[in-house]
Design a protein around this ligand. Structure first.
Ligand code: MOS
Length: 745
């Protein structure tokens, strides 16, 4: 496939191929599948944070006509948790939460029972009157009271470890002409996709299950279910065709899946379980995190020392660890670095990856600290970053496979008009508004995972490509269709993409910004393999001009297989299929990361964000009036869907800076604002001008497509740029998010 400017689809901006399905309501989500004889489950959640269930009084509820069963730890059959050693794909060290497993309450809103009835309304009513007796124990939920109790998570037990320390951070700081040290805090945040979690389990007459679940990984869920219930893969097909947002909440199998499968198997009937918006706050969150940053520079503004420590909460049963600090050893050049973190268990559910986990929050602290440091050293904040530009990844001691962050700085500064910025805070006013400009950015992994795909072409020239990868709204159907159409020279309309089904070739979880690189490369490889098969058939045709051609001698364009060499003789692809007499041709293939390149290079995407805020000094209200986000993430496959990803990131960054926080009432160990009325996110009126630009990088090392992924990098630095702009406007340095108006009064 050529990715040069001659491409027809790759790098262009075609509309989403699934757009019409979505806007006409034809796209089906997990809780929307119609299956016959469906029963409905409603989850009963614990009102206490810690303790035991003494008794569940189910008699009254079971007496209601139409109520089928009340599942709880008192009656969950022994077949559940068939394989106790099993952990899902992203389970941290420890022991995963097992719903209805025993009488212990580990966190507030823990599911304690599932009421199943003939109708949803009845199940909900019955759940509301189910009497549960609790024995309440004292809970701990406040990380801020545990400042000195964080422990370093065990090596190997969790995914992330900070890199080796570099030289002597303390000495570097002591030798510095300018120094700062501050604590940066943000509260817990919950994933709030529009679509609530839900599963529809179709119980077939032969006892097999088709499970429509809201998830970012159908294979992960299938593994989970088959291990718990002792089923074969053939007995538990998991499907997710569309998702109304995931943001990481669907990386782990959630309890609607376990509960709906349990009920279906026990009742031998199809069952649907959907969670309420309140219950969406009961299974994982971005953890409340306290970060301490220490920076020092020489008289010229060159960084000499950097220390970054992050402490966040985890549950009592798993050691969730987030990579908050590593980025600080990579984004800027600094000879003396110490990165460390601690976790502290509380009576809460295990935190869970949320869009750019660790980096979104780590870049907030680092990039506000960098702004403070720039002022301390008397340098323009962008100039300060340029002076400390990292030419290589110092954590890994390896060159970047590509890095155009400097070009992104230039592009962003020019678009934003940064050179007109006065250095002093409080220098610009518009009536009663103070105007401020801030800058920040970040770095994120360009990852790739093993993935497989299948391609089938039929005699009419239609191509279907399939992989179990998920589509959580990012545009996966579209970019896979683009890659396939480009590779085989077919019109985009001739390509059908199938995703999200365990009957299709295996793909990794849809996360980590790696789907384009992983599944995209698998689709490319598969289509190329299919192309070779088609070439062989073309060579068997009478008087074929391609007789002696090798695969590299031909190209697939405009429905032709054509010799690259002049005079570019060709055969029509559809004729090849007709003449061959084959009704369809199918090919399987896969893609893996290149281990040599992985070792040799550091593969990362970068961005820089410029923000303008207007602050009403008397009211303390902040409006983000302009954001310019420039992203360097390799090649961009689809300008439109990629831009949408970054637009969404900026909206989330505004949210993170100004609004979003899950507030715990520590008396009850319960999140209080577990609804859309009180968990604030931006509305249209809060979102003004957003500009997105890509500085494309030619990267032959990262993967054959040269893509780095765009789902997460755009969020980095947004909250910090806004926080820095608020300082520039008001002269007030806020170090805890969100910037509620009282912090400015
Ligand atoms: Mo993302 S937090 O890997 O869904």
């Amino acid at each position: 496939m050529s990715t040069d400017s001659n491409t027809k689809y790759v790098g262009k901006a075609p509309n989403r191929v699934d757009g019409p399905l979505k806007v006409t309501g034809t796209a089906k989500y997990a809780a929307e599948f119609d299956v016959p004889d469906l029963a409905y489950g409603y989850v009963v959640s614990s009102p206490v944070a810690k303790g035991r269930i003494r008794k569940i009084h189910a008699d009254k509820v079971l007496g209601l006509p139409g109520v089928l069963h009340v599942f709880s730890h008192e009656n969950v059959p022994g077949l559940a948790w068939f394989d106790r050693s099993y952990k899902d794909d992203v389970a941290p060290g420890g022991s995963p939460f097992r719903p209805l497993h025993d009488d212990e309450i580990k966190f507030n809103m823990q599911p304690v029972a599932l009421v199943v009835a003939d109708t949803f309304e009845l199940a909900r009513y019955a759940a509301s009157i189910l009497e549960v007796e609790y024995e309440v124990e004292k809970h701990e939920t406040d990380i801020e009271s545990k400042r000195d109790e964080g422990y370093e998570p065990g090596r190997g037990k969790t995914g992330y470890m900070p890199p080796q320390r570099r030289e002597d951070a303390d000495k570097g700081l002591e030798q510095s002409a300018h120094r700062i040290r501050h604590e940066y805090i943000h509260g817990a945040q919950h994933h709030n996709p529009m679509e609530m979690f839900g599963a529809t389990v179709h119980y077939h007459p032969d006892g097999k299950l088709t499970i429509y679940d809201k998830t970012q990984g159908v294979y992960n869920c299938q593994q989970y279910i088959t291990k718990i219930f002792g089923l074969s893969k053939d007995e538990a097909r998991v499907v997710n065709l569309f998702m109304g947002g995931g943001f990481g909440s669907g990386l782990r199998p959630q309890y609607e899946l376990f509960l709906s499968v349990l009920a279906a198997l026990e009742l031998k009937r199809s069952v649907r379980v959907t969670l309420t918006r309140q219950q969406m706050f009961s299974f994982g969150h971005r953890p409340h995190t306290l970060q301490t940053l220490e920076l020092g520079t020489g008289p010229d503004g060159a960084l000499l020392g950097l220390k970054h420590y992050a402490l966040h909460e985890t549950s009592r049963f798993e050691d969730y660890t987030e990579n908050v600090v590593n980025w600080s050893g990579m984004l800027y050049k600094c000879p003396n670095v110490r990165l460390s973190y601690g976790i502290s268990p509380l009576d809460v559910y295990t935190p869970l990856d949320m869009r750019a986990p660790g980096a979104a929050t780590g870049s907030f602290a680092l990039e506000v600290a960098m702004d403070e440091m720039a002022y301390e050293a008397g340098l323009d904040p962008l100039e300060f970053r340029r002076r400390n530009y990292a030419e290589e990844d110092q954590n890994k001691k390896a060159p970047f496979s590509s890095k155009k962050l400097r070009e992104a700085y230039d592009e962003g500064a020019r678009r934003f008009g940064w050179d007109k910025r006065p250095m002093a805070p409080r220098a610009t006013r518009e009536g009663n508004l103070l105007v401020g400009w801030g800058v920040a950015g970040g770095v994120w992994d360009a990852s790739m995972q093993k993935a497989a795909a299948k391609a089938t072409i039929t005699a009419d020239g239609r191509l279907t490509v399939a992989s179990a990868a998920g589509e959580n709204g990012t545009g996966t159907y579209t970019i896979m269709a683009q890659i396939a159409a480009e590779t085989l020279g077919l019109p985009l309309e001739a390509v059908t993409v199938r995703l999200g089904d365990t009957t299709l070739p295996e793909a990794p979880l849809q996360g980590g910004s790696w789907t384009a690189a992983s599944v995209g490369t698998a689709v490319k490889n598969t289509c190329e393999a299919l192309g070779e098969k088609l070439l062989k058939l073309a060579q068997k045709m009478d008087d074929s001009p391609l007789k002696d051609a090798k695969p590299e001698d031909v190209e697939f364009v405009n429905g032709l297989i054509r010799l690259r060499k002049e005079p570019q003789q060709s055969v029509v692809l559809r004729d090849v299929l007709q003449v061959s007499g084959e009704r369809e041709i199918e090919v399987d293939s896969s893609a893996m990361p290149n281990p040599v390149n992985m070792q040799k290079y550091s593969m990362h995407s970068h961005n820089v964000v410029f923000a303008e805020v207007k602050v009403d000094e008397e009211l303390g209200t902040v409006h983000v009036t302009r954001v310019v986000n420039v992203v360097a993430a390799g090649r961009i496959l689809n300008q439109k869907t990629a831009r949408s990803q970054v637009l969404g990131s900026v909206v989330w960054g505004i949210s993170m800076a100004l609004m979003e926080e899950t507030v715990m009432d520590h008396r009850y160990g319960r999140y209080m604002n577990h609804n859309y009325a009180e968990y604030h996110v931006p509305t249209n009126a809060d979102v003004r001008g957003i500009e997105v630009y890509f500085v494309e990088e030619e990267d032959p090392h990262v993967n054959p497509l040269g893509v780095k992924g765009i789902g997460e990098v755009g969020l980095l630095g947004v909250a910090a740029a806004i926080t820095n702009a608020v300082y520039h406007a008001t002269g007030k340095r806020v170090r805890s998010l969100p910037i509620y108006l009282d912090k400015l009064l």
